[in-house]
Design a protein around this ligand. Structure first.
Ligand SMILES: *Cc1c(COP(=O)(O)O)cnc(C)c1O
Length: 228
């Protein structure tokens, strides 16, 4: 068994265990494999192992991999990184979902990037769980207004919230706050039930707090190559 197969199986077993402990169904949790900085050959290999959901954090890298792998059936790209408005069009062309919408201007840019006949783009509003604006995400006080903005954009589908755990706080307590923020967004759009939280180091805590989408990188891919 290759290392990749073993790590994928190990993570999936951890997800199943954590779901069972939380009284949840593992089947209701989407495991996104974050492939940033890795070559497209790794994505191809993952697809061969049945992986359908992959995550990227940089527009250029997403665009080149998505083009190279456009023949792979059933592959869904999730954009999870900070996004400049001028890159919105490119990301919209490649991604099935954007997890990192954090400001009005990005909502406008993604909406304006829709081509006639495009299916609605799945959008999550990223919430900042820290006091540091550089960490990305909307301040929780601005969350409801931003969610309203997404909900009223004709070509966007508001799906829920996304967050990254702070560096200086236990993930469990931060993810509990996120579960509350999910309620604020569901008050705007009842169908916006996705909670994108949980990375390699904190997936168990995220599942306990209701995460529906996990973004797992190194625990599956192994160490990332140096940023290219
Ligand atoms: C890189 C990244 C991940 C995956 O992180 P790992 O620790 O490798 O699992 C998840 N979410 C975001 C936003 C990332 O940038």
């Amino acid at each position: 068994m290759s290392d990749l197969v073993a790590r994928l199986a190990d993570v999936d077993a951890r997800i199943a265990d954590a779901a069972r402990s939380a009284g949840r169904e593992a089947g209701e949790i989407t495991r996104i494999v974050v492939t940033k900085f890795h070559p497209s050959s790794l994505v191809r290999e993952l697809h061969g192992l049945g992986v359908g959901d992959v995550g990227e954090s940089r527009q250029q890298e997403l665009a080149s991999k998505a083009e190279e792998l456009s023949g792979l059936e059933g592959l869904r790209w999730h954009f999870i990184g900070q996004l400049q408005t001028k890159k919105a069009r490119s990301v919209r062309r490649c991604a099935a979902a954007v997890h990192s919408v954090d400001r009005d201007r990005l909502v406008e840019a993604l909406d304006a990037a829709a081509a006639p006949g495009d299916a609605p783009l799945d959008v999550l509003v990223q919430v900042n769980l820290t006091d540091d604006p550089a960490r990305g995400g909307v301040d929780p006080r601005g969350l409801s207004a931003l969610a309203e903005r997404v909900a009223s954009a004709p070509s966007l589908a508001l799906r829920g919230v996304m967050a990254v755990a702070p560096l200086d706080e236990a993930p469990a307590s931060a993810f509990e706050r996120l579960a509350g923020y999910s309620g604020l967004v569901r008050a705007v759009e009842p169908a916006a039930t996705w909670i994108s939280a949980g990375m390699s180091a904190d997936l168990v805590e995220a599942i306990a707090c209701g995460a529906t989408h996990l973004r797992i990188g190194t625990a599956i891919t192994g160490p990332r190559p140096a940023r290219g």
